[in-house]
Every structure is written in C-alpha cells, then in structure tokens.
Unconditional design. Sequence first.
Length: 256
Amino acid sequence: MIYRKEALENQSNKNFSNISLVRPFSKTLYIYLLLLTTTLIATFLFTGEYTRYISVKGITLPEDGYIKIQTNESGLIKNQYFKVGDHVKKNDLLYTLEINGYKKEIRSPVDGSISIINSIANKFQKKERTMMIITPSNKLKINLYLESQYISKVKINNKVLLKYDSYPYQTYGIREGYIYKISNMAYSASDIDPDNLILNNDKKGEIYFLIEVKIKESNKKYYENKIEERAGLTLTAEIKQDRKKIIAWILTPFKN
C-alpha cells in the first residue's frame, strides 16, 4: 500500500499533541501560606521584645508610720468620739478624761483614720498606755518582700506594677510605682511576717530583702471603679526586669 507523504505527516500530528502541566491551586496556596507564616514567625522572633517580671508580695504603709495616742496622766475616760475606720482631722477631739476632778481633752495631732482603739468610754486609762492608733492621711509607701535569690535582678527606679488583693485588677486596674529603697540586710520570714498574713507560704527558712516602693501619682490606671488606697492593703507586685529580643530569651539556655 502506498501512502502519500502529506497523509503520513497528518496522521503523526494526530497521535502526538502538546501537553500542558498545571499545578493544583490548593498546593500553590499552601506553599504561599507556608512562606508567609515562616516570614512572620522569623520577623516576630528577631524583632519582637519581651520583658520579664518578678512577682513578690507586699503591703501598703504610711510614709511617716503610725501615730500612737497616749496620755501622761491616768484617769477615767468620760467620752470617746470616734470608732475604728473613722477619719479625723488635726485637732479633732478624740477623748475627754476625768483626772482628779478636772477634765482633760485628748486631740488628734494629724489628719488620718483610726486604725486601732484600745481604750473606750467609762474605762480607767493608765498613763503612757496607747489609747488608739491613727494612720496619717499623707502619702503611702509600699513594702515588698523579695526572696534573696532575686536581689541581683532589681535596682533603684525599677518600674513596679501593683495589684491589690482587695481590688481585682480586672475591675480596678493596675497601679504603677517605682523602687526607691532596697535594704542592705536580709530578714527571715518570721521577722517580716510572724503571723504569715502577707507572704502566705510555708518557706519558714527563706530570707527576704525589704524593697520600698512609691506610688506614681501621675500614672493612676483606674477602670470604672476607683481604688480606695489606705494603709494595710496586701498586694502582689510585678517588678520589671531587663527587656530583650524574643530570640535572645529562647537561646539563653543554650549559651555557655
């Protein structure tokens, strides 16, 4: 059988057609997403920063301490004008005593609030015995109790975030302060908190340094509710440490 050349070429073209390979769309998208995710993670690790905080316990105290009300003469208490929790002004009348037929008035030397009352009306008062204790209404300071293992990590002027136990920070916000004094000696837990009211732990042999903090008046961070600051409030404080790149924190355990 004889075939023409043109017929053979035409038959050859029909048997062999051009092939076009198309990459599935889903696989392409997956590759792009993987590259994007890797880039974002790398950027976060090498540019992001992280600040560590040390968590410690503390309590609010008046900067000038407490005022003890006493009398230098014994006598019968005729009247008592305030109760625990009441606010007083300087020169407010606190007690009247009857001493050998005459009356003596006991007045407040400061503005403040009544913290403790030991003497009540119609009771005999002995001289130099504390009748009541007044917490002055001046600025407060905060005493923090830092475990000795962390003493090298804190410095004067370190920023401190304050969370009061009686005022949940989710509702009342966080106060800010700064360290202005660090004790030169350490104290045992039993010396600082013999009744275990502040530290609230079983580390009886632990040693603590006393850290004094002042509250930043210009940085009050309140939410809808205002914190009524007073002496005697227990709290948890977060002491700011150094700030590093996230990648540096991750690699720290591998450094010699």
